[in-house]
Design a protein around this ligand. Structure first.
Ligand code: GLA
Length: 362
């Protein structure tokens, strides 16, 4: 019997043209497949995951991430759908921080604060891509060099993000960066999941587990106050799986500030510094998403700012809470907060972060 390409893993990755940037540069779309039939589309603009199919408990595959079918819709503006986020995921108060006595000024693109890397963060740049088949799956290496001073950040930053889809329905995301001057880095992935596969439904019927005894309360600009507050007895307690919607409308100052959940949870320390941080489960379809990481925090964002103005891929629009994000990261505003784990990167060091999204059913 002849071995097919699939058996050799040769066609687990495919490259197509997705569109053209206004300046004429080509944006490519890579489809990563695995031996069991999962597919993930990633475009070189923003490293965005535009489509991710996962089976339900009956084996029926559906797209589980919010996105668009064409480049123009991404270029027209959207709340970071599926994108890589950098140089600094989440907020920096007043767009200012100091390093070794020097003050740096970043764009204030979220009220008076800096959010997700600025006006043109890593979600809006073109990445170089190199794809290959691996055992039962595929891997895509994305690289980008951020010039010294880009978006106000010091140091030339060389960034590499590797997406690997394994045969076990895991997407392993590895982030690496090096710099030529002391700087700050905090990279993450901003996929909006809806495990029902029906983007006209809200995600409030998903059950969420967060391995965190504390979270970071915020001020009116969603900047952490510096306090690590115990979750016990509050709507922020997801130590036992609980429906996302169960207490989202409870009388609670912090929920009011975030218009729902938009907070960073302080993950409990893990043996070996890498482990299960979060799990989301959709009972009707049986889809289960587990998130493993070596990061100290995770931002759970319940899609509060989606407002029904963006067209959904399979018809209708993306309404409030049509998707949730689980953004693994260091804590927001760390450069201005004493006592938060450091986000500093020095020349000669390698920033290294890892997050694995594992899909299964139960
Ligand atoms: C992050 C932020 C949110 C929001 C979304 C995108 O999750 O914390 O406040 O900005 O990104 O809308």
């Amino acid at each position: 019997m002849e071995t097919t390409d699939a058996q050799q893993g040769k066609d687990f990755i495919e490259k197509r043209i997705f569109g053209k940037m206004p300046d004429g540069q080509t944006v490519e779309k890579y489809t990563l497949r695995n031996a069991s039939g999962m597919e993930i589309d990633v475009i070189t603009y923003g490293g965005i995951i535009t489509r991710w199919t996962a089976p339900d408990k009956n084996g029926s595959y559906e797209d589980i991430v919010l996105g668009f079918d064409d480049l123009q819709q991404y270029l027209d503006g959207n709340p970071y759908f599926g994108a890589l986020i950098g140089r600094y995921g989440n907020r920096i108060a007043n767009g200012k921080f100091s390093l070794d006595g020097e003050t740096y000024t970043l764009a204030t693109n979220d009220g008076e604060n800096h959010l997700h890397g600025g006006e043109k963060g890593f979600d809006k740049v073109l990445w170089q891509a190199k794809g290959e088949s691996v055992a039962d799956g595929a891997s895509l290496e994305l690289t980008y060099t951020s010039a010294d001073g880009e978006e106000g950040y010091p140091g030339k930053l060389d960034v590499k993000v590797t997406y690997t889809l394994t045969g076990d329905n895991e997407l392993d995301v590895r982030y690496e960066a090096t710099t030529d001057k002391p700087t700050i880095v905090n990279l993450t992935q901003h996929s909006y999941f809806n495990l029902s596969g029906d983007f006209t439904q809200s995600v409030l019927d998903h059950e969420l587990f967060l391995d965190a005894d504390a979270y970071l309360p915020v001020d009116g600009g969603l900047i952490p106050t510096g306090e690590l507050r115990a979750v016990s007895g509050t709507p922020f307690d997801f130590k036992q799986p609980k429906m996302m919607g169960k207490e989202i409308n409870a009388e609670n100052e912090q929920l009011a500030l975030g218009k729902g959940y938009d907070h960073c949870w302080v993950l409990n320390p893990k043996e070996g510094n890498y482990g299960l941080a979060a799990a989301a489960y959709h009972p009707k379809t049986g889809r289960l998403l587990e998130v493993y990481t070596n990061e100290p925090g995770i931002q759970f964002y319940s899609g509060n700012f989606l407002d029904g103005t963006l067209p959904a891929q399979k018809g209708g629009t993306y309404g409030q809470r049509a998707g949730f994000c689980l953004e693994t990261q260091h804590y927001p505003d760390t450069p201005n907060q004493e006592g938060f784990p450091s986000v500093r990167l020095n020349p000669g060091e390698t920033y290294s972060s890892r997050t694995t999204f594992k899909l299964s059913t139960k």
